[in-house]
Ligand binder design. Structure first.
Ligand code: FES
Length: 170
């Protein structure tokens, strides 16, 4: 390959990379605007999230170890499930927000109480169970510990251990 041809290719590669990066940031920004993070503190692999401000049927997305974490406070008309995290009288669905088919981030359809994955049409109910399409398993529940109204992601508390032992986390 001639030197100037190689230079041009390198430049094209860099330009395409820059476009992809800008597009990625734009997509993240758009996603961030639709997500609704709760007050949280991050330290050494743990993320502590205060759930006292959570609103029913509003998806909150936190980040834990580079992964999106879905936190959904259930409303009274949403079915209770063994995978729910119960704090006081409130029930929460908490999961790693990556589709168990090929890892896309599903969107929450609040009117239908469902997560829908745009990549191949997979669907999960509000407890994270796969209900349609190619996902082979439910949305995964990350290790957690409950401290009052706070959820500590990355620590294994007795509630998580119980779910793990019962095979409910995946
Ligand atoms: S990655 Fe979600 S359905 Fe394929």
């Amino acid at each position: 390959m001639k030197e100037n041809e190689k230079g041009r290719r390198d430049f094209m590669g860099m330009a395409l990379g820059a476009c992809a990066a800008v597009g990625g940031v734009g997509a993240l920004y758009a996603a961030k605007r639709t997500w609704d993070p709760l007050p949280s503190v991050k330290a050494a692999g743990f993320t502590t999230i205060d759930l006292s401000m959570a609103q029913e049927n509003v998806l909150n997305v936190e980040k834990w170890r580079g992964k999106p974490i879905f936190i959904l406070k259930k409303s009274a008309d949403m079915k209770a499930d063994d995978r729910d995290i119960v704090i006081g009288t409130d029930r929460y669905h908490v999961s790693i927000g990556l589709c168990t088919h090929l890892g896309c981030i599903p969107a929450y359809e609040k009117d239908q109480h469902k997560f829908k994955c745009a990549c191949h049409g997979g669907e999960f109910d509000a407890s994270g169970h796969q209900i349609f399409g190619p996902p082979p398993s439910p949305l995964e529940i990350p290790p957690f510990k409950i401290e009052g109204t706070k959820l500590v992601l990355g620590e294994t508390g007795p509630e998580y251990q119980k779910m793990l032992d019962a095979g409910l986390t995946v």
